[in-house]
Design a binder for this molecule. Structure first.
Ligand code: HEM
Length: 506
């Protein structure tokens, strides 16, 4: 078969990168290479290699259990497969890690979310020595447990030490996937997730201009400047080719606080008055508010297609726009679209689609990331408004080829809604993403942030808006930047001399 330089061989790319898995069980194990006895990375990776899943089509033979492997920059440095001088070719964002002040300018983790409090308050002691994340998947909990035991036994035998990211009372401190409301597509807060994903096509030809700014698989640049690689001919670039970066971010969700916010807002006299023409019950008002915060109803229907109620026919719709039409950057020309979906609704900030971006944000469309995360922690029962003390939230797996240009850029947009020329996005007093914005930034480093969420309401007066003061529902529990190397690079770590790799192009 002829080699196609514009497409990675799917057999050489870790499966997690190019496809969303539907295994109902997973566990995400964290390791350090230091602190154990007789560290033997070759034996560890060799033990794991037979279960390493590529992105090749598995047809009818869906694996009962399988795994993928990510390495931090500090981890890679200790494995000695890349020369120290070549290691410097990795992008500085990956080298310095997410607790670095440069990254924190975008991520905005302050207060309870600050890096010193990550990983169950172990902070920098773990941030500096987290070296490897193993993502283990199983069709049943037995399949999962069996493989988790094999991985941890090999780690112990080979001198790796497991790091527990949560308190011991929560699932023994490990990150286990949970099924929320008995529906694998639901995340805590009750929304359906995993609907809208970018095209992962690595081939530059045929991409729309909106996608030229986004890279995923390393070594296949789509934009002129935005593939930081490394993509040279050195040992770092050879190791990184066909890999992808993973911003692995654990986010606690305070579901009781979220439920309480919806209930109190639905009973707020101002809200009731402004929505009186809709004749909604209290429960319906809560659903209406939840949809406005997200940009989609909890069943998945986007507000742009189903503005008045959730509809089964639009529940998995990905194809819609926000309708900026004047072509003049900064024009406040789409008030009608904000009557359906508020400007700061989570999905509208995370992917403003055709909405005009302000000049400094470029002309190549919004930064995109691929999401492969899942919830952790048991469900909070029956819409409770008091907390039960269980740790629960999102195991965020955010993939991209450029951590600074895609993941962190998007995060800065969520914390500072100043990426578009809308009047409401006053750069000197920017609002935040209704679900994701770090509210504490308001009281600490950036007092000018607007901590309110504006929902334009159609009715008697088009100018009328509901303005809600936003509490914080989320706390960052930890973040690690990992490289998900190619299958051949992991074979090299495992000391496998002639790994067999059949061809299946992108
Ligand atoms: C606990 C935290 C979060 C919650 C509850 C949440 C919730 C959601 C929901 C319900 C959707 C709609 C489903 C879909 O389109 O697939 C969505 C979409 C999305 N989210 Fe989040 N999310 C969270 C964190 C994040 C983070 C940290 C990022 C970025 C770094 C992010 C980026 C996105 C993107 C890019 C989309 C797709 C938007 C589109 O293309 O229309 N989310 N999120």
């Amino acid at each position: 078969m002829l080699l196609n330089p514009n497409q990675p061989n799917r057999n050489n790319v870790q499966g997690l990168i190019l496809r969303g898995y539907t295994h109902p069980c997973s566990c995400h194990l964290l390791f350090t290479f230091t602190g154990g006895n007789n560290f033997n990375s070759k034996a560890f990776f060799s033990d794991l290699y037979p279960k390493l899943q590529s992105a090749a089509d598995w047809g009818n033979n869906k694996p009962a259990s399988m795994l993928n492997i990510g390495l931090t920059y500090n981890g890679l440095s200790l494995l000695k497969v890349i020369s120290p001088s070549d290691l410097t070719y990795f992008p500085s964002t990956f080298q310095n890690g997410p607790s670095d002040p440069g990254s924190q300018d975008s991520l905005g983790d302050v207060g309870e979310s600050s890096p010193e409090k990550w990983w169950n308050n172990q902070g920098n002691a773990v941030n500096n020595k987290l070296h490897c994340v193993v993502h283990v998947y199983g069709m049943t909990s037995n399949d999962l447990d069996e493989l988790v035991s094999q991985v941890t036994a090999s780690a112990t035998k080979n001198g790796l030490v497991e790091i527990l990211p949560l308190a011991i009372k929560d699932n023994g401190g490990r990150l286990y996937q949970s099924i929320v409301q008995h529906d694998p597509a639901k995340i805590h807060f009750g929304y359906t997730d995993g609907i809208s994903e970018p095209s992962m096509n690595a081939n530059p030809s045929g991409n729309t201009s909106a996608e030229t700014n986004n890279n995923f698989v390393i070594g296949y640049p789509k934009g002129s400047t935005s593939d930081p690689g490394p993509t040279g001919v050195d040992t770092a670039s050879r190791f990184a080719k066909d890999g992808c970066y993973n911003a692995f971010r654990i986010i606690y969700q305070d579901v009781a606080a979220f439920n309480l916010f919806l209930k109190q807002s639905a009973n707020n006299p101002e809200v009731k008055k402004k929505l009186s023409h809709l004749n909604l019950t209290e429960a319906e008002t809560e659903e209406w508010l939840a949809a406005k915060l997200c940009g989609r109803w909890r069943n998945g229907s986007p507000l742009m297609l189903s503005p008045d109620k959730p509809e089964a026919s639009t529940a998995s719709a990905e194809d819609f726009m926000y309708g900026s039409s004047s072509g003049i950057a900064g024009a406040d020309d789409d008030v009608p679209s904000s009557l359906k979906c508020p400007f700061s609704a989570h999905t509208r900030v995370a992917n403003p689609r055709d909405q005009l971006l302000s000049g400094s944000e470029g002309t190549n469309g919004p930064p995109r990331i691929a999401r492969r995360g899942m919830p952790y922690g048991a469900d909070l029962k029956n819409g409770a408004t008091t907390d039960d003390g269980v740790d629960r939230g999102l195991i965020g797996i955010f993939l991209c080829g450029n951590l600074a240009g895609q993941f962190e850029k998007l995060y800065s947009w969520m914390n500072f809604n100043n990426f578009s020329g809308k009047k409401i996005f006053n750069p000197r007093k920017p609002p935040q993403d209704a679900l994701l914005g770090t509210r504490d930034l308001h009281s600490t480093i950036f007092p000018n942030i607007t901590n309110t969420f504006t929902i334009p309401v159609s009715g008697t007066s088009a100018a009328e808006s509901i303005v809600l003061t936003m509490p914080s529902f989320l706390t960052t529990r930890g973040t690690a930047y990992c490289l998900l190397p190619s299958i051949l690079s992991i074979a090299k770590l495992a000391g496998i001399k002639k790994p067999k790799l059949s061809s299946q192009w992108g």
